[in-house]
Each structure stands twice: as C-alpha cells, then as structure tokens.
Design a protein around this ligand. Structure first.
Ligand SMILES: [Zn+2]
Length: 64
C-alpha cells in the first residue's frame, strides 16, 4: 500500500490525453483526487486503481 499525501507528485503509468504522466494529489479518501501537472485538469480515481498506476517511488517530489 502506497503512502499518499495531499500535495504529493506522482508519476503514473496512466497518461493523460494531453501527454503528461505527472500528477499532483489534491484529495484523499476512497477516491483519490489527482491533478494533471501539464494541463491542470482534476480527476478522481479509486485508490486501489491509482496504486496500480504508480510508477515513481512513494513520496517522490518532482522538480517541475
Ligand atoms: Zn493533462
């Protein structure tokens, strides 16, 4: 189980239609809210599903 906090930057296997794989967490819960760092679009995704998508190690803070 990944440890996720609001404000964490994640690299996901899931690519947004805009081409970015970098996301920022903005909501926690059963569904995790993530925001695309390229276009700013906010989506919600079930936690279990999100964990399968995570590529970068836990708590990675990306420079961008
Ligand atoms: Zn995007």
């Amino acid at each position: 189980m990944h440890y996720i906090e609001i404000g964490d930057k994640l690299i996901l296997r899931k690519q947004h239609p805009c081409g970015s794989k970098q996301w920022e967490v903005w909501k926690l819960g059963m569904d995790i809210g993530i925001r695309c760092l390229s276009c700013g679009r906010m989506i919600k995704i079930p936690r279990a599903k999100l964990e399968k998508y995570i590529v970068a190690p836990d708590r990675t803070r990306l420079a961008y």
